[in-house]
Design a binder for this molecule. Sequence first.
Ligand SMILES: *Cc1c(COP(=O)(O)O)cnc(C)c1O
Length: 397
Amino acid sequence: MKEEKQQHPETKAVRIQTKRTGEKEHATPLFLTSSFTYDSADEMAAAFADDSLDVNIYSRFSNPTVDEFVNKMAALEGTEDGIATGTGMAAIFASFMTFLQNGDHIISSSAVFGSTHTLLTKYLPKWGISHSYFNMAKPESIEELVKPNTKILFLETPSNPGLDIIDLEFVAAICKKNNILFVVDNCFATPAVQQPVLFGADLVIHSATKFIDGQGRVLGGVVVGNKELINQLYLFVRNTGPSMSPFNAWVLSKSLETLYIRMEKHAASALTIAKALQEHEKINWVKYPYLETHPQYAIAKKQMSNGGGIVTFELKGGIESGKKFLDSLQMISMTNNLGDSRTIASHPASTTHSKLSDEEKKEVGITDGLIRISVGLEHPEDILDDILQALKITEDT
Ligand SMILES: *Cc1c(COP(=O)(O)O)cnc(C)c1O
């Protein structure tokens, strides 16, 4: 058998395991315990003496079930280590708090997840941390934003919901030259599709709530990177408490066993649907990373192994058409989540992004007729049929 190190990622996602209980159970055991015991006072004293000691003390610090999930994520992203958190936002917040201090500056793509935007604009300034946004379509403008106090460059690629893509290698070079920590939210791609560290990212963050779980059951977050960076994050999480629940880690570790096969199916169906909608008379345009018409198609081909599971398109009508389209769907779910086995449709202009000004909407790539489809694992013909019948009704209004 191959050394564990040389195994394919698909194999690691299934086979990496931490502790077993002695009952010879085949599946991952769930260690639902808040603390761990010692055989002697000396052993207990030793556990507390060394911050980095690899022994379980208390589940806010570490837990074998959580370790299994984290070890898998680090292996799949090609990094040394990782740390899990209760949600994706906790992972982002912990990363900012660990590596930024009063007086620092962060550069971020303007097209970021809504709560990340709120964190940057409403909360970080309270602690004296400033930010500058750049437009994903203009990577050449990034370097002008670098200041002597810039510590982190943060972005999502593909972005939510605009599906903009940026050349990770290009951005990594700017970060390296200016000694800036390069942090990538890899939520839309997952490690099955894109490994940002291969292109120079220092830290990779996930909302495990999305494709990592992939079945809409639990919330979770994770950050992976080299040992030195993760140890700093570990101490922050250990002391401030946004730790992942062992139960959620158990669910997520099992989810990873099917990640690769799921992402292949999500992507194959998404491409089929994107192609089928391209010429539709009620649609202005369709956007999908692996469509040749995507403005950054060449970059998508370079850094992503497939186009992922999200497709967007713009209805010819505006806000009312978007709502009518959602109301006309029969099978596809109306919810704000994504990365589920069930196909989901959302209309950002009337929901998640309804409070943005026209200027802000334009900046993050949202138009009134924009529909986002998180393509699920149903048969692609059934997904397409539902979209087509809803489009037929939408045209009547
Ligand atoms: C959902 C999401 C988050 C936040 O994750 P939670 O688990 O909901 O806290 C962050 N980034 C992206 C791109 C997301 O889609």
